[in-house]
Unconditional design. Sequence first.
Length: 180
Amino acid sequence: MSEVVVAKRYADALFQLGLEKNTLDQLEKEFSVIQEVFNQNKQINTFLMHPKVNNEKKKQLVTDVFQGMQADVVNTIKLLVERRRIAAVSSIIENFIQLVNDAKGIADATVYSVRELTDNEKQELQQTFAKRIGKTAIHFKNIVDPSILGGIKIRIGNTIYDGTISRKLDRISRSIVSAN
């Protein structure tokens, strides 16, 4: 079974569990922390995927590292260790967070701009684009990209809204070339 399918199934199960226990927000916070730990500390990945380390030692490490977190979170990581699916942790968490955001009516977006946007500008963009795509809120990640010359480009899921000067210049150039 592909990692994408596996990640979606685990994420769906975790989402249903969070709905039943009314712990979606807590699960989302704790899984975000776990994702950061796995992304920043490659040694934990190496240890948990190493074939010569027995599962009991791996589970003990998970218990020690993530103590203080909900039992459901720790048990999920232990289950992934047991089933040799620890490589899918990041994908599972991303899918889970996406399900939670969809349930809340929240979209994630990336904004590319020449400079860091002010809080006021971010708020205006969030309100405008939330209405445009039918969501209650949008979480923006601002990436500074001097190559766009001016304006902004917003990516929400697979959709790109490109209002950059470089894109407009490109369109003008194409229209001039096609007119000749």
